[in-house]
Structure formats: structure tokens, C-alpha cells
Design a protein around this ligand. Structure first.
Ligand SMILES: NC(=O)c1ccc[n+]([C@@H]2O[C@H](COP(=O)([O-])OP(=O)(O)OC[C@H]3O[C@@H](n4cnc5c(N)ncnc54)[C@H](OP(=O)(O)O)[C@@H]3O)[C@@H](O)[C@H]2O)c1
Length: 440
């Protein structure tokens, strides 16, 4: 039998431990498929003495991840420590500099330094594989890098954060408030103790920046992503969305426009019957819109040890077979700078919910502010608060009345200006809620 692929594994947490187990359990299958065994030989983590669910003593322990990366006995580094900085960064750079392929699940590192690392890998002619970094168990990186390498993408969008999708699904299905769902997600281990990175949309933004590079051949630029989280979404929004035929999802969307690539993460209304709207709970999904192809939606687990380890083992199998592909599907030197399409120029339909003052002239003022920005309404619903009075009776002057509007396609700039004018004219209470609508 051909000699084994010897793996050095840095990080033994949720993902690293699952990789050890999967390589042990799948040993024979991998030999049959790759023609050689894939063996973990050496390990590293912060604490050697920590209790793990496998026998650490069966492997060499190397206390420093950078020393593990340069160890001459090892053929490949698997980095599952996490974080954009050291020691993950130095370990990956050290392995690539030594001409050693790398498999990583580290989206933060790739979003920040992916371009430079891809150049290093290509110079040495070695693989830099990162299937696990985006949407865990969904083979989206391979799909973009290889399966659809010849496609010309117009748009790619997805549910890339299981925590946010869990919270929005639970709010909608069980009529619970955001804070209650978040606490529950934390209790179930879906959300971190500090959930802001997830619920504020930054985790999705990192993943989107990687997918956008793969799809459009542009250099990764996480700063080019417009980001809004889900914490302002209320039951009133979910109810209104449902009545109007939509669901609300936190989407990462990258679109090719005439001005460049528009990358945005925000709560989004998608038609209830669309494929992406069916994805509930912690599940992830990505839809690919390419010229000449009907949209393709991939759905599956976005996180968890088993799903993520499955992606890592598939990346190792490619290395064991000698497959080397440019990390982003085309040589890094040919990737173009990301031309950021300004968010003010985003065009689409909008949902607007505002609390209007119930007094003569309010409706006319709102209509005038919108008309000045050439915004046309597809629908408008004015609701008197439940139980306040019969529909035919006038309300108390100044009472807050929810008004919900859906616009025809317009620009972000127009919506912002119209709402600023509405607020200046003091016909609404508080900040209007704005949710973009995505054709899906
Ligand atoms: N969890 C998922 O479902 C998932 C899904 C997709 C991608 N990812 C990515 O996979 C990576 C790992 O995630 P995880 O959930 O497995 O994290 P985790 O459970 O927190 O494990 C992190 C591991 O790294 C080790 N470590 C931390 N700092 C270290 C240091 N300075 N030097 C050496 N080792 C260090 C820890 O050592 P100790 O065990 O000794 O503390 C631990 O074994 C991250 O990049 C994450 O974004 C995770």
C-alpha cells in the first residue's frame, strides 16, 4: 500500500476531536477511496491534560502549533484552533512556507488573510483547502471552486449562520420574542455566551466575503461587506411578513452589478414559497444564480463537529490523492481587486414599518415624502392597535398607529432620504423599521 498521509492536527476542540474520530472510524473507506491511509500522527492544543473523548496518548504531542506546522515527519497541517491572529496564522504560514499543504476551518483567518495565504500556497504548489470554513457540512467551496468553475455568477446568497436562522425560525413558529429565543439558543449550545458576532451579522459577513471571492474571482475584502444584524426584528415584523407572503431570514448576498460587487448581510424578506425560505432552524443554505443555469440551492448542516469534520476529511482526501487546485478556483495573481458597489445604490423592494401619529395630514405627509423620492407603493396597510376601537371610529389625536408598506423597486438612497424627511416632519414615533426584499 502507498505510504500514509501523515497529519498534524492543531486544535482539539469540537472540530479537532471530531476529525480524530472520523479518520479512525473511516480509515478503511478512505484507504479504498484514496489508495492510502490518512493518519493523525501529532497533535497540539492549549492544554495537554484536558479530558478529551479519544486517547491523546496514542499520538505525538507537540506543545507549540508552529513547531507542529514545521515538523518534518508530517505531510499536512490541519488548523482548527480558530481566530484571525496567531498562533493559527503563524502555524498556517509556517506550514505553507515549508511546502506543506494546509486544511483549515478558520473563516476569520481566511477572510482577513486568505489572499496572502493563497499566494503562498500557489508559490509552493501545495493545497490550501477550507471547505469547513463556510457552511460546515455543505460542500459549497468545492462546488464553486470545481463543480461550477466555468459558470458566470450573477448572484450568490445564503443562510450562513445557524444561530440567527434558529432564532428567526423559533420567533416565527412559536411566537417568542428575540431575547427569549437567544437565551434558548445559548442554553442549547447553538449560540455563544457572547452572541454579538453571530447576531450582529459579522460571522455571516466573513463567510460571504469568502464565497464572493470564489464566485466572482475577486480578492477577499471583508470590509467591503455592508452588515446589519437581526436584533431589531420583532414579532410584528414576522407577522406582517407572513401576511404579505414573505419570511424573514438573515441572508448574506453578493451580487454582480455594473458598479462592482455588492456584498451585504442583513435581515431579508424572501417569498415564502422560495427554496431558501423553507430552511428552518440551525440549517444553512446557499443559492447560486449563474448565467444559463436555473438557480441551485444547497441545504445542509452549517456547524457541529461531525459536519465540519466531514468537510475536513474530504479536503484531506483530495490531498492524499494529490489533487491541488488554486485555493480560490483561479490563480491568486489573476483575482481582481474587489470593486465595492456602494450600498446607497442598492436597488430592490423594501418593507417599511413605522408608528405614525394618528392626526390629520399624517398620511398626506408620508405620501409626499415618498413621492419626492419617486418611491411607489406596492401595498400599504394601516393597523389600529388591537382592541383600541372599531375600524370606522376616529382615533385619539396623536395615538401611534402602525403603518406597513411594501415598495416597488427603488434605491437605498431614496428610502433613506424619504424616511429622514418623514422623521423631520414629526409624523412618526421612533425609528422606522426597514427590511430589504430579495427576489428569490
Ligand atoms: N464548531 C463548529 O461547528 C465549527 C464549524 C465550522 C468552522 N469552525 C471553525 O473551526 C475552528 C475550531 O472551532 P471549534 O469549535 O473546534 O473551537 P473550540 O472547540 O473552541 O476548540 C479550539 C481548540 O483550539 C485550541 N487552542 C485555542 N487556543 C490555542 C492556542 N493558543 N494554542 C494552541 N491551541 C489552542 C483549544 O485547546 P484546548 O482544547 O486545550 O482548550 C481547542 O482544542 C474555528 O476556526 C471555527 O471557526 C467551527
Amino acid at each position: 500500500m502507498a505510504k500514509p498521509l501523515k497529519v498534524g492536527l492543531a486544535g482539539l476542540g469540537t472540530v479537532g476531536s471530531a476529525v480524530v474520530r472520523l479518520l479512525e472510524d473511516g480509515r478503511d473507506k478512505l484507504i479504498a477511496r484514496c489508495g492510502r491511509p490518512i493518519e493523525v500522527v501529532a497533535l497540539n492544543a492549549r492544554s495537554r491534560g484536558k479530558k478529551r473523548d479519544f486517547d491523546v496518548k496514542k499520538f505525538r504531542w507537540i506543545a507549540d502549533p508552529v513547531a507542529l506546522a514545521r515538523d518534518p515527519e508530517l505531510d499536512v497541517l490541519v488548523e482548527v484552533i480558530g481566530g484571525a491572529g496567531d498562533p493559527a496564522k503563524r502555524a498556517v504560514e509556517t506550514a505553507l512556507a515549508a511546502g506543506k499543504p494546509v486544511v483549515t476551518a478558520n473563516k476569520a483567518l481566511l477572510a482577513r488573510h486568505g489572499q496572502k495565504l493563497a499566494v503562498m500556497a500557489e508559490r509552493r504548489g501545495v493545497a490550501l483547502n477550507f471547505e469547513a470554513a463556510v457552511a460546515g457540512g455543505i460542500p459549497i467551496v468545492k462546488t464553486l471552486r470545481e463543480g461550477l468553475n466555468g459558470a458566470s455568477f450573477a448572484r450568490i446568497y445564503g443562510i450562513l449562520n445557524g444561530t440567527c436562522n434558529y432564532i428567526l425560525s423559533r420567533m416565527e413558529q412559536d411566537r417568542l420574542a428575540f431575547d427569549d429565543c437567544l437565551r434558548e439558543a445559548q442554553r442549547l449550545g447553538y449560540a455563544e455566551a457572547n452572541p454579538t458576532f453571530d447576531v450582529d451579522g459579522h460571522d455571516t459577513a466573513q463567510k460571504l466575503s469568502i464565497l464572493a471571492s470564489l464566485a466572482f474571482g475577486t480578492r477577499i475584502d471583508p470590509n467591503a461587506v455592508y452588515v446589519e444584524g437581526i436584533s431589531s426584528i420583532t414579532l410584528a415584523d414576522l407577522d406582517a411578513a407572513s401576511e404579505l407572503g414573505y419570511r424573514i431570514k438573515l441572508l448574506g448576498v453578493a451580487v454582480r452589478t455594473e458598479e462592482g460587487i455588492e456584498q451585504r448581510v442583513h435581515p431579508t424578506m424572501v417569498p415564502k414559497e422560495s427554496a431558501i425560505a423553507q430552511v428552518m432552524g440551525v440549517t444553512n443554505a446557499v443559492t447560486l444564480d449563474a448565467q444559463g443555469l436555473a438557480p441551485i440551492t444547497l441545504v445542509g448542516p452549517g456547524a457541529g463537529g461531525a459536519a465540519t469534520a466531514s468537510a475536513i476529511v474530504a479536503d484531506l482526501a483530495d490531498i492524499a490523492r494529490g489533487v491541488v487546485t488554486p485555493p480560490f478556483g483561479l490563480p491568486a495573481a489573476r483575482m481582481t481587486a474587489t470593486r465595492k458597489a456602494p450600498m446607497q445604490h442598492h436597488e430592490g423592494g423594501y418593507y417599511i414599518r413605522m408608528l405614525a401619529r394618528d392626526r390629520p395630514g399624517t398620511a398626506a405627509t408620508i405620501a409626499r415624502c415618498l413621492a419626492q423620492q419617486k418611491i411607489s407603493m406596492e401595498s400599504i396597510v394601516q393597523r389600529h392597535p388591537a382592541g383600541s376601537r372599531g375600524a370606522a371610529q376616529p382615533g385619539r389625536s396623536g395615538e401611534a398607529v402602525p403603518v406597513i408598506m411594501i415598495t416597488y423597486a427603488t434605491s437605498e438612497d431614496a428610502v433613506r432620504k424619504a424616511l429622514a424627511a418623514v422623521r423631520r416632519d414629526r409624523v412618526v414615533y421612533g425609528e422606522p423599521q426597514v427590511i430589504r426584499i430579495e427576489r428569490a
